[in-house]
Structure formats: structure tokens, C-alpha cells
Ligand binder design. Sequence first.
Ligand SMILES: [Zn+2]
Length: 362
Amino acid sequence: MSMCSLLTQVEESGPCRNRQGQLPYGIRKNQLDSQPTMHCQQNLTASLLSLLVGVCALSAMRDARAWGDEGHKIIALIAYGRLSEPARHKVDALLADDEDTLTPADFASRATWADRYRDSDRNGSKTRYLSTRQWHFVDINLDDLIAKPDLDTPCHGFPKLPQNVLASNGPAGDCVVTKIEQFQQELQRSASPAERLLALKFLMHFVGDLHQPLHAAEHNHDKGGNEVLVLFGRHHVAQDKLNLHAYWDTQLVSMLGKDPNAVAQSLILDMKSSDAQRWEQGTPQDWAKDTFAVAKAKAYDLARMEHRSATVKRKREDGSPMLMPVDVTVLDGQYANDMLLVAREQLQKAGVRLATVLEGAL
Ligand SMILES: [Zn+2]
């Protein structure tokens, strides 16, 4: 079934944030900021059993922007602050020649460019979409019983680029780890300023993607949590975001604050130099395994969560509606609070490692 054969209908049951992010009457902003979910929790009542959960775009969320724009900007700002003066000048000089209009021209916004590029013809020819969509993640299987995470399978054995093929024209099936390695080499060695600019912008994004736990793992073929329906708080989010992947992409990051600059500064201040030195070590493959371990131990630690039945309204191929029972995982306030700390550290790691990658290539 294609993802938009699913209808969208959500029955919501009380005030929290509405879809525009406004606060309803009687809830103060600082209540939400300090208690990201607990105050919303009590309204998950038995009425949930009859909830109609619309999940159009459920599968498409695999292509969601890991960390959302905000997360990518936070990572970029952390990295930029760690660059040496010479490296920063080189980055600035490369970006100064960029006439692309898919994003604003500032450094933080350019970290979101790879998502914009991928989605720019998603509803049209799909050329960019199909040739780059798999570059954003690495689906390491959580269900394998082998001791080590298997990167070879999702990364197809890390094939070398064919001779005279630019990384920006590389195979569509490459994983995010392969692309980081390729673009890092190009940023270092390519004679073409245009390709070096592309390499820089892809790196600024992909190092971030690599640190979203659900971009480095999948469980029961759930497309990195995209097919795990979740409820949290008394959410009023758009129905296409009611899954675990999207929760990690945007919900957790939004709890950190609205201003990427302020969040980045806070994360920089909170970072121990001993941690940063440790995170700088290793390779993109090591970092993928590190992120996978976080996914396995933290993000997918859902056994203790309450599970409820809900009814999903879907369309058959002929367009007629049908109802299907599904399992919904209720993410409680404890999960939110614990994972908020994990998300903070993943953003910090990504910022540190992005700086390391750029510093090494420039
Ligand atoms: Zn991405």
C-alpha cells in the first residue's frame, strides 16, 4: 500500500499546543518548557481506544528531515564555533560563491540544503529525490543476533565510486556513511570548486543525519521507527508525525527551545572538553555504530511503554476506505525526559564530529 493510500483523521482530546504551536488558554510557556510532556500526559484516556489515527505519509517520513531544520542548524552552529580560523575562512569562502536559493545563504541554513535538494522535485520528476533519498540514513538491523552491528549490508559493502564519477552523481543506493566518506575526500581533493561546494553542503547535513538514532537503525522493518505509531502528551501535532521517527526528528529538538543559536550556545557551554575530545576520535563507520548503539539501548527501549489499540482508517487501492486495528506505543513523560538528554548529547556529538570532518578536509 502506498503511503498516501492512508487517510488522515485524528481525534484529539484536549489542550496543549495546537498545530500552529500556539498555547491554549491557561497554559504558560514556561510550564511547557520545563515540563515537556508530563502536564499533557493525563489525558491519554480510554477514549484512545476509539481514536482514529491518520497516518498518511507514514512511510514517507523515512525521508523526513532528520532532526528537522532546527536540529541541523544547531549542529552546524556547534561545528562552526569549533572550527579554526583558517578552516572557517575556507568554509565561508566556499559558501560565499553559492548562488543556490533552496535555502538562505547563512551557514546554519545551508546545513538543511540536502533535504531541500532531495525534496525539490519530489512531486515532479523525482530525479533528485530518487537519486539522493537513501544517502540520508543507514538502516542497521536491530534484529540481527550477531554481536556486531552489520554496516556492510545496508551500505552494500562500501563500494568505491566508479572512476571519473563525482560523489554528487554517485549511486542512489549509497548509505549515509559512504556518502560522508566520499564527500570528505572530495572536499579535500577535488579540483572543482562547484563539487567542493556540494561536498561541503552534503557533509554539513549528512554528519547530522548520522547522529539521529533512528537514521542508523531499524527494527522489524519499521523503516527507522516510521512505522511505529506513537502518542505522547496531549499532542496536537499533524497526524503525519505520529510516529517514533518523527518524534525524534522534531519533537525532542523542539523541547530544547525555539532559537537554534541559543540552543547551540547552551549545548556548547554544557559540553565537557573531555567528552568532545573522545567524540572527535574514530571514523564515520565508528560513529554509525555509536549511533546505532544509542538507538538500540535508548530510542527503541519501548518494552516498558504502554501499548494501546487504535483504529487506522486507510484507503484500499481502489480508493474505498477501510478500518484497520493497529498498535500504538504511548511515550510517557519519563521517556521524553530521558530521551531529551540523549538528543542533546547526539546533537553535541554531531557538532563536534562535523567540525572534525571539515577541519580534516580543509
Ligand atoms: Zn537528511
